[in-house]
Ligand binder design. Structure first.
Ligand SMILES: [Zn+2]
Length: 487
């Protein structure tokens, strides 16, 4: 372990309390160079030098700054190393070593809180007043706390950057990284995304549920039994493209894992390329995307094809290259599962055309599209009967005559659901299976409305209808349907 020098012109806080992160957490690293030298700005705006004393280049820097700013002071290396950027091998011990820092404590407690609640994301937002911490729970934002003072926000973001091995000095461009949070419940991997905003920098930490024991069962996700049956049949075909679509956080990936799990027989070779690998699928060769190393979906997919797979799972189609290879693979005897960001099944077809897939290729390759959403379930601990509100029916375009006499369920709010009236979520979906008539329409360049009308004639239940069925059976509410579905 190397020692670090601190140089400051006059009685710096850091030197008064060596090793106290609390006095150093506001420091900003302005420049890092060889030998782990960092020039930083102290709380009072003075310049401080952090240097690895065992390195010759660092000693030269220290000498240079000693001439300018006064003699260097020796300081406990532990706290300073956090700011200078911990070496990879030392990252694991960092949290305990600096457990007294306010930024460290705040970040740890926010993460603990968010993970305890079962949140999918932690949002840290810079506001004119300071910091707003929120988390996404069952798809809805929940406020965790407000922390006055811009300094608190800056310290927290700096701490995040150190943990995620990002450039602390860079504040103008977005940065992405990863970190691991360790608490009594175990280790949690998080994807960190930092973005400059009007009042500073915002961060979003996505919880990565890596290595979960088993993928969910298709039947447990909440889809109507008919959707499950037809989806499973679609997944048993020898070739073609099966897509799941929906906005971010609509449960696309879980559905794909469940579908693949339902067709695991050991008789096929199944290879996946995923970002990240969220569940382990026994019998499936799973490859994680690594953009930094150049392993993108497209490149991974091309390599996979040389490994003679029967079925391929591509986490997401985001670009023309991946779309092209996925469609080509589906046309050459492979069954390809993937997801694509779109609002409904028919927008998927338009998106693929935009990504350069010609109508003929698309009509031949595509055989099923599932559009899905996650709806919050009414809390069973505080559920109560009520009559639908006329205003809400009107906003949903539902005839009040059909609904006025219906008894619906809603949660009054209790300790179990933190007063929200909802506990847990379930999927709802619209499954479009391509048939001859739809293929003809697609080839003829028909509009989405025409395709939709044909799909419904052929038995596809629209997403909103499926969601309304869940309202009638008391699983969810009209408000939820309005929140997650569009006309
Ligand atoms: Zn409740």
């Amino acid at each position: 372990m190397s020692r670090l020098h601190v140089t400051e012109p006059s009685a710096p806080a850091a030197a008064e309390n060596p090793g106290q992160t609390s006095t150093l957490a506001g420091l900003r690293v302005l420049r890092r160079g060889p030998g782990d030298v960092a020039l930083v700005e102290g709380p009072s705006g003075r310049m401080v030098l952090l240097a690895d004393a065992d390195d010759a280049a660092a000693r030269q820097w220290a000498a240079l700054f000693a001439r300018t700013l006064g003699p260097p002071r020796l300081c406990d290396a532990t706290a300073l190393r956090l700011l200078a950027g911990p070496a990879a091998t030392e990252r694991q011990e960092a949290p305990e070593q600096s457990a007294d820092g306010p930024a460290v404590r705040l970040l740890d407690s926010l993460l603990d809180h968010a993970l305890h609640e079962g949140a999918s994301d932690l949002h840290l937002e810079a506001t004119p007043e300071g910091l707003l911490a929120r988390c996404r729970l069952d798809g809805v934002m929940l406020e965790l706390g407000r922390y006055p003072g811009r300094e608190a926000a800056e310290q927290l973001i700096s701490r995040l950057k150190v943990l995620a091995e990002l450039d602390i000095a860079e504040r103008r461009v977005p940065q992405d990284g990863r970190l691991q949070h360790v608490n009594a419940r175990g280790r949690t991997d998080l994807r960190v995304s930092i973005m400059p905003s009007l009042h500073g920098e915002d961060a979003v930490l996505r919880v990565l549920e890596q290595g979960r024991a088993a993928a969910p069962e298709l039947g447990s996700l909440g889809f109507a039994p008919a959707v499950c049956t037809r989806l499973r049949q679609a997944a048993e075909r020898p070739h073609g493209l099966l897509l799941v679509t929906g906005p971010t956080g609509s449960g696309k990936t879980s559905t794909l894992y469940a579908v693949i799990r339902s067709v695991l027989s050991g008789l096929d070779k199944i290879i996946s390329i995923e970002d990240p690998v969220e569940y382990q699928l026994p019998g499936v060769l799973q490859i994680p995307v690594n953009e930094k190393k150049g392993l993108t979906f497209a490149r991974g997919l091309r390599s996979i094809l040389r490994h003679d797979p029967d079925k391929i799972f591509v986490g997401e189609i985001r670009d023309a290259e991946t779309a092209g290879i996925a469609v080509q693979s589906a046309l050459t005897g492979h069954l390809v599962f993937s997801s694509l960001h779109a609002n409904d099944a028919f927008e998927v077809m338009g998106r693929l055309r935009h990504l350069g897939i010609d109508a003929h290729g698309l009509a031949s390759a595509l055989h099923a599209v599932l559009a899905q959403r996650l709806l919050r379930r009414v809390c069973l601990h505080c559920t109560a009967a009520h009559r639908p509100e006329p205003a809400l029916l009107q906003r949903l375009g539902l005839p009040s005559a059909d609904w006025a006499g219906t008894v619906l369920r809603m949660g009054r709010g209790c300790a179990h659901c933190r007063g929200t009236g909802y506990l847990g979520r379930q999927a709802v979906g619209e499954l479009v299976l391509m048939d001859e008539r739809l293929r003809e329409l697609l080839l003829a360049g028909a509009a989405a409305a025409q395709l939709r009308a044909q799909a419904q004639r052929a038995g596809t239940q629209p997403l909103r209808e499926a969601a309304l069925d869940l309202v009638r059976t008391g699983v969810t509410t009209l408000e939820e349907v309005l929140r997650v579905t569009v006309d």
